[in-house]
Design a protein around this ligand. Structure first.
Ligand code: GLN
Length: 223
């Protein structure tokens, strides 16, 4: 079977584990809550949950996980949700110089809490390219969510979900505005600025397992 780790230093890691355990593919998947470099070594793939990105980064440093995580991201699939998406970004606009340690891996610039304090959280229906039952929108739950500010022009990024432009704090005129991007893939990695683990809908976890993880593990056949 395949081992998918969930970084379990702080944040919504338990909810991700429940969603993975719910999948129809579950007999092919084992889950591990990752708290140490040894836990990480057992994993074929990793989810970095939402929470507080500065806290997660600090705890990763204290646990000796910072360098092992960076190395892991170079070679294995990683999915970052919300705070996890911030940690996967290559840069954070507005971060204090010594205030935010990043793991990198995805060629975007992102802003923390980019919806402003008057919009702490909201839900929005999303059309996501490649999910099962595509006619059923996926409920995006955004909680103090980051906003994508820029995609590196030549990076092999596939945007898989956008928010309607009129929902942005400052409405976008152009539907290609990077701030509408809420889910994307780059190489092995998946990034969502919202929280699929807080819904009862397993399709995003199924997507990560089937599209990002299983193809990297030889000998595993997905039925
Ligand atoms: N605002 C948090 C941060 O900056 C992310 C919020 C979340 O993960 N729900 O890390």
């Amino acid at each position: 079977s395949i081992t998918i780790g969930i970084l379990a230093l702080q944040g919504a890691f338990a909810e991700h584990q429940i969603r993975l355990q719910n999948l129809r593919l579950k007999r092919k998947i084992e889950t591990v809550l990752v708290k140490t470099p040894e836990d990480l070594q057992r994993c074929h793939a990793l989810i970095i949950p939402g929470g507080e990105s500065t806290t997660i980064a600090l705890l990763a440093r204290l646990s000796g996980l910072l360098e092992p995580l960076k190395e892991f991201i170079r070679v294995k699939p990683v999915w970052g949700t919300c705070a996890g998406a911030i940690l996967l970004a290559q840069s954070v606009t507005g971060a204090k110089k010594d205030g935010q340690e990043l793991l990198g891996g995805v060629s975007i610039d992102i802003a923390r809490n980019g919806w402003g304090s008057q919009v702490e959280s909201f839900e929005a229906p999303l059309d996501v390219t490649g999910l099962q039952d595509p006619s059923v929108p996926f409920t995006g739950i955004f909680i103090r969510a980051p906003v994508v500010l820029a995609l590196e022009p030549d990076a092999p990024i596939q945007v898989i979900a956008r928010l309607a432009p009129h929902l942005l704090p400052e409405p976008a005129e152009d539907e290609n505005d990077p701030r509408t991007v809420v889910a994307l893939r780059q190489g092995l990695h998946l990034l969502t600025t919202f929280h699929p683990e807080l819904t009862q809908d397993d399709r995003f976890h199924d997507y990560f397992a089937r599209k990002c993880v299983f193809p990297t593990v030889p000998g595993v056949v997905v039925g």
